[in-house]
Write a protein that binds this ligand. Structure first.
Ligand SMILES: Nc1ncnc2c1ncn2[C@@H]1O[C@H](COP(=O)(O)OP(=O)(O)OP(=O)(O)O)[C@@H](O)[C@H]1O
Ligand SMILES: [Mg+2]
Length: 395
């Protein structure tokens, strides 16, 4: 089975550079590799300094690269559905060009990138698939879309199909719009089914890992920690945190205070992601563009190690629902009999055990739920939350 490496992080932190660098190293180790970006604002071609298109293109022995394209994706994967939607819109009086334009339903284009991953998995042509993902927010949304579509496949599709089979023309009269024929449902179902397989494989810790790229700056760290929580919550394994653009010690002068500020963040950052390892990449004195410089960037991150290895296995924490309330389990790097201190600030939970301190960004569901206690079981800390108080209002 191929290995999937997905790199994400805040805008501008170096996702594309690190993803492309990993792909170059993987290819040079002999893995049949593809790197593709799921960010609509592609910059993979700029990073690699080679022209790329919506389909895979060979750029080195063993290395293909690709920048999937919105229109191309819709044509390739959603044509049947698109033509139904176009019928629907032109039936509503929109002119044809406009109808065509409108048929790109939200999510279709992005899901197209996931369907490309499905293609690459099914094709058996690659050992390694490197994904240069969009900034964290969009990536989280993308990764939760197939999950959200499950109800459609399981519930709506079978019913709709029956309805169209039995009473298409009649239904059309009643609801007053063209009813899609069976082919439309079948096409949707087929693609959504494939999305669900990709989703399952992305959550398979033997195959896929999400790697968070960050810079030692407040906003980038905060976003990395928040997304880390959500990746765990959704069950996407994560094996590495890449700390990019670290100012080297020998850079003095004007940049010395900036280096100091960066270094001050480091111990907390290491602790907040532990036991998932963190590796640093220096801030190079050049823009790291082109295959040779990307290789250099990759070497500074992985040395002579295999960039596709799984650097950490396990789920550092999980959240489970127990009798209407929630329990958070956190794997600690040590067992302890020390007293456990918990404090809350907005959406953060601060856990203090002796000198060890960790800030966890809580998922939405837990933000309003008071913590009712914590205990250690072996090396696992269990934090209990009360059921969320009923919210006021009618919404
Ligand atoms: N360690 C580094 N040293 C020097 N320059 C770097 C380093 N990492 C990345 N860069 C440069 O920083 C710029 C932004 O990097 P990159 O495009 O990889 O970030 P990104 O996270 O993919 O951005 P976006 O969110 O816009 O996709 C590029 O010009 C890249 O060459
Ligand atoms: Mg990028």
């Amino acid at each position: 089975m191929p290995r999937i490496l997905l790199y994400t992080g805040k805008g501008g932190v170096g996702k594309t550079s690190v993803a492309a660098a990993s792909a170059v190293l993987a290819a040079e180790r002999g893995y049949r590799t593809i790197v593709l970006s799921t960010d609509i604002a592609h910059s993979l071609a700029d990073a690699l300094d080679v022209p790329l298109g919506p389909e895979p293109r060979r750029i080195l022995p063993n290395l293909d690269a690709q920048e999937p394209d919105v229109y191309f994706n819709v044509q390739r994967y959603w044509r049947t559905i698109q033509s139904y939607v176009a019928t629907l819109f032109s039936w509503h009086g929109l002119d044809e060009v406009m109808a065509e334009e409108m048929t790109i339903l939200p999510g279709m284009d992005e899901l197209g990138s996931l369907l490309w991953i499905a293609d690459h998995l099914e094709s058996d042509q690659y050992d390694v698939i490197v994904v240069d993902a969009a900034p964290t927010g969009e990536t989280l949304r993308l990764l939760s879309l197939p999950e959200a579509s499950r109800w459609w496949v399981e519930r709506v599709a079978p019913i709709s199909r029956r309805v169209t089979k039995l009473g298409g023309p009649l239904l059309q009269k009643v609801i007053g719009v063209p009813v899609p024929d069976v082919a439309v449902f079948e096409a949707a179902e087929r693609q959504l089914g494939r999305l669900q397989r990709v989703h399952a494989l992305l959550a398979d810790p033997d195959m896929s890992t999400v790697r968070v790229v960050l810079n030692l700056e407040k906003m980038s760290i905060a976003e990395a920690e928040r997304s880390f929580t959500y990746f765990h919550l959704y069950g996407y394994p994560s094996d590495l945190v890449v700390c990019n653009r670290v100012i080297p010690a020998e850079v003095g002068g004007y940049f010395a205070p900036l280096r100091e500020a960066q270094q001050a963040y480091l111990p907390n950052v290491i602790q907040d992601f532990a036991p998932v390892p963190l590796r640093s990449v220096p801030w190079f004195d050049r823009e790291m563009v082109g295959i040779d410089l990307l290789r250099e960037l990759g070497k500074s991150l992985f040395g002579d190690e295999d960039p596709t290895q799984i650097f950490y296995r396990g789920r550092p924490y999980s959240i489970r629902r127990e009798n209407g309330s929630y329990a958070l389990s956190l794997e600690l790097p040590f067992a302890t009999k020390d007293e456990i201190g918990l404090s809350r600030h907005a959406d953060e939970l601060v856990i203090q055990v002796g000198a060890w301190r960790r800030t966890l960004v809580l998922p939405r569901a837990l933000v309003d739920a008071p913590t009712t206690g914590a205990r250690m079981e072996d090396r696992t800390l269990k934090v209990q939350f009360a059921a969320r108080p009923p919210t006021g209002g009618t919404g």
